[in-house]
Ligand binder design. Sequence first.
Ligand SMILES: NC(=O)C1=CN([C@@H]2O[C@H](COP(=O)(O)OP(=O)(O)OC[C@H]3O[C@@H](n4cnc5c(N)ncnc54)[C@H](OP(=O)(O)O)[C@@H]3O)[C@@H](O)[C@H]2O)C=CC1
Ligand SMILES: O=C1OC[C@@H](O)[C@H](O)[C@H]1O
Length: 362
Amino acid sequence: MTPTIRWGIIGAGKISAKFTEDICRKRPQTAPVNHRIAAIGCSSSEKGRVFVSEHVSGPSTDTTVASLTYSEVYASSDVDAVYIGLPHVFHKQHSLEAIAQGKHVLCEKPCFMNLNELEEVLRAAQTKGVYFMEAVWVRFFPVMQEVTTHLHDLRTIGDLKRCVVNYSPNIEVDALPLTDRLIDRKLGGGAIMDIGVYTIHHYRMLMDPRSRIQSMKDLDIESSQSLVNGVDYMTSILVSPKDRTSQGILTCSFYSFGTGPFAMVEGTLGKLEILTEQGMPAPLGYTITFRDGRDPISKSWPVSQDGGRGAFGFFYEADAFALDIAAGKLQNDTVSWNESRIVLGIVDAVRRASGMTYEQDF
Ligand SMILES: NC(=O)C1=CN([C@@H]2O[C@H](COP(=O)(O)OP(=O)(O)OC[C@H]3O[C@@H](n4cnc5c(N)ncnc54)[C@H](OP(=O)(O)O)[C@@H]3O)[C@@H](O)[C@H]2O)C=CC1
Ligand SMILES: O=C1OC[C@@H](O)[C@H](O)[C@H]1O
C-alpha cells in the first residue's frame, strides 16, 4: 500500500513555499508516497493562511490545513513529520522541539551551525527513536544514480582524480540589506553555509557516493575565505583523502556568477560534467567526454520529466524521507547522519582556519 505522510511545514518563507508546491503537485507518474500537508507553522496565523491559499494544492486542499504556531505543529496529533524551512540559526531549536514531541524531521541545509549542534540533535533523535535527515534535495535527483553507475561501477572515465565544483549564483551581494540572512552573521550568514555546503555535498556524492570515507580524520582540508562583516563572501576548499590519490577543488562566491559546469569529475580516461540550470545546484543531466576522442555520452534529465512543468524536484527527497520512515528507519542511506557530520566537519574546519565564528560556536 502507498504510504501517506502528514507534513507540518515550519516557516512560511521562500523555500517552504517551493517545497510545499512540489510535494502537493500531481506528477506524470504515480508517486510512491501520498504527501499531505496537515499544518503550516508560522509566526502569524494570517501569513499562514495566505501561504496555504497560495501554495497548497491537490488532495491536501480537501482537508483542513491549519495555520498554527510552531509549537502547536509539534504537538499536533495530525502531523507525522515536519519540514524545517527557517534560517539556519533556528534549525537546532526547532529540530529539538519537534523531536521532543516525537515528530520526524526533515531540516533544510545546512542542517546546523556546527558539528556540536548536529551531535546534540542526533542524540535526541536516537533517544526518541525518530527519523532525522538534512534536506539536501540535490542528492536525490534520479540522474545521480546513473552518474554513480558511470563513475563507480562501470568506471567509464577510469580512475577518478579530481572533482571541481563551483557555486557562484547571480546575487547582487552589495545591494542586499545587512539584515539579509545571506550575509547577516546573527542569522548564520555567509557563502559557505548557504551555497558552499552544496559544493561539499556534490563532492561527496560524486567522489564517494557510498560513503567509504566515514570520518573527517580520513580527509585533509586546506582553504581560503574572504570575510566581510565577519562572514565569508567567497570560500575555496581543497579536500583530499589522506593518501592524496584524488583532489576536490570546491569554491563558492557571492560576488560573481559562475560560468561553465557546476561540477566536473576528471578521470584517467575522460571527464564527466554535471549540467544544472544557471545559478542552481540541481543536477539535470551530465556529459561525458573522452580523451581518446570517442563520441561523448550525454544525458539530459529535466525535472519536468518527473514532476511536470514548473517542478523544482523537492519531491525526490520528500519521497525518500517518507519511504524510509515507512520502512522503520531512523536515517537515510544517501544523506546519512555521517554524511551530514562530514560536511559540517569540513565547514567547521574551514571556518576555524580563517577565524570565522558564530555565537553558536561558544
Ligand atoms: N534547498 C534549497 O534549495 C534551499 C534551501 N534553503 C534553506 O532554507 C532555509 C530558509 O531559507 P529561506 O526560505 O530563503 O528563508 P526566508 O528568509 O524565506 O525565511 C523563512 C522563514 O523563517 C522565518 N524567519 C526569517 N527570518 C527570521 C528572523 N530574522 N527571525 C525569526 N524568524 C525568521 C520566517 O518564518 P514565518 O513564515 O513563520 O514568519 C520566514 O518565513 C535556510 O536554512 C536555507 O539554507 C533556502 C533556499 C533554497
Ligand atoms: O539552497 C539554496 O539554493 C539556491 C540558492 O539560491 C539559495 O541561496 C540557497 O539557500
